[in-house]
Design a protein around this ligand. Structure first.
Ligand code: S3P
Length: 442
């Protein structure tokens, strides 16, 4: 089993890029597959999650050629997908399975969507139930609560759906179904979740309306969208590890080029600023409808903060690494309204509390968040204690623990780190690059 050993070292120095945004890559593959003609997707995320979505569309009859930097997609048009021969394996990807469930519900063929052990434990009822109100025929374990999902494509009808959770996966699943439905679909969510699907609809010229947290779309649009070049910004959720790493390891100075700065994703940068971090946003620009910037981060002592329900959606994937920042900061950090963390790749409240406690952090679990008493040792050697930790099969847990381990006085071994490949192939190499720039080794 793959493992990663971090020996305490410092500081982090240099300039890097990070993999392309995972959320944007999934959507780019879907929309270029449905476009009429050729598209390119440059700087795509080569993590397993996105490669599984790419393979899924290949099995749906779309030609996609891979090169290390660019995907070349020969779009088949909105009605050009064909029935796959076997089940589609979405691997570890909640985004892949939920978005595809919506898209496939309105086709005129049968598909089975499945995934790894983690995916088969995660809630699917949140998309299956509203899709059924649109007329979808979806079967699955526990009445459709759990994957595998068997989808018999049918003609869908538009609905008005008020989602109880702010979730881009629910919203996007319904948006893809709505494209194939008769009439108008209206989707409302309690807070705005990431809006990459809407931005990419706009980029390809697919008509919809948005007002606050409500999106409206008329199904079976008469417009046909052609292929386009898509440039994927660097993933802020991958940059997050180095934003925190360089903040908490003394004398660090790191620049990350070309990072996506979509305001529905930048919660971590705002929270770190409130904690006292020194992060400069340099050369803001826009690529394929998404804001992008370079980020320069220099180490700074951090202080605890309160993070409430309003800040959860735009920070949702960054809580594991935020826990690390809070664990070494001065003072208390309180996170509330974050019960969604319990249904991610792992139960991230439980797994982060367990692993960081093993490293000497003081963390109390709450049903909807946690209270972290910072050790106040940010910037000092031995903020955390070296330990043997587990990833729980969760890529973000594995990488967060690795960053925390940089502040420990002893080496840390993280067991079962193959999962890092789901979103950040080359993570260890990037870390090494920043460490060797200042004369360190892993
Ligand atoms: C994602 C949405 C979020 C996020 C996930 C990616 C997306 O999930 O946690 O990593 O690409 O739509 P939820 O929609 O369940 O909040």
């Amino acid at each position: 089993m793959a493992s990663l050993t971090i020996t305490p070292c410092r500081p982090l120095k240099g300039t890097i890029t990070v993999p392309g945004d995972k959320s944007v890559t999934h959507r780019a593959i879907i929309l270029t597959a449905l476009a009429e003609g050729a598209s390119t997707i440059r700087d795509y995320c080569r993590g397993e999650d996105c490669l599984n979505t790419m393979r899924a569309f290949q099995s749906l009859g779309v030609r996609i050629d891979e090169s290390p930097q660019t995907l070349h997609v020969s779009g088949k048009g909105m009605w050009g997908l064909t029935e796959p021969f076997g089940p589609i394996d979405c691997g570890n990807s909640g985004t892949g399975i939920r978005l595809m469930a919506g898209l496939l519900a309105g086709q005129d063929f049968f598909t089975i969507l499945t995934g790894d052990e983690s995916i088969r434990r995660r809630p699917m009822g949140r998309v299956v139930k509203p899709l059924r109100t649109m007329g979808a025929t979806i079967a699955g374990r526990k009445g459709g609560e759990l994957a595998p999902l068997a989808i018999t494509g049918t003609r869908l009808r538009g609905v008005s759906y008020v989602s109880p959770v702010a979730s881009a996966q629910i919203k996007s699943s319904l948006l893809f179904a709505a494209l194939y439905a008769d009439g108008l679909t209206t989707i409302s969510e309690p807070r705005l979740s990431r809006d990459h699907t809407e931005r990419m609809f706009a980029y390809f010229g697919i008509p919809f309306e948005r007002e606050g947290c409500t999106v409206k779309i008329e199904g079976r649009p008469s417009v046909r969208w052609g292929g386009k070049p898509v440039v994927v910004p660097g993933d802020l959720s991958a940059a997050a590890f180095f934003l925190v790493g360089a903040s908490i390891v003394p004398e660090s100075d790191v620049t990350i080029r070309g990072v996506g700065m979509n305001p529905t994703r930048t919660g971590l940068v705002e929270v770190l600023h409130r904690m006292g971090a020194q992060i400069e946003v340099v050369s803001p620009r826009e690529e394929a409808g998404e804001p992008v910037a370079d980020l320069r981060v220099r180490s700074m002592p951090l202080r605890g903060v309160r993070i409430g329900p309003d800040q959860i959606p735009q920070t949702i994937d960054e809580f594991p690494i935020l826990c690390v920042a809070a664990a070494v900061a001065e003072g208390e950090t309180v996170i509330t309204g974050a019960e969604e963390l319990r249904v991610k790749e792992s139960d991230r409240i439980a797994t982060m509390a367990k692993e960081l406690r093993a490293m000497g952090a003081r963390i109390e679990e709450r049903p909807d968040g946690m209270v972290i008493q910072g050790l106040g040792r940010n910037g000092s050697n031995g903020a955390l204690t070296g330990a043997t930790c587990e990833s729980h099969g969760d890529h973000r847990v594995a990488m967060s623990v690795a960053i925390g381990a940089l502040t420990a006085a002893q080496p840390t071994q993280i067991v079962d780190t193959a999962c890092i490949e789901t979103s950040f192939p080359g993570f260890e190499g990037k870390l090494l690059e920043l460490l060797t720039a200042s004369g360190n080794r892993l």
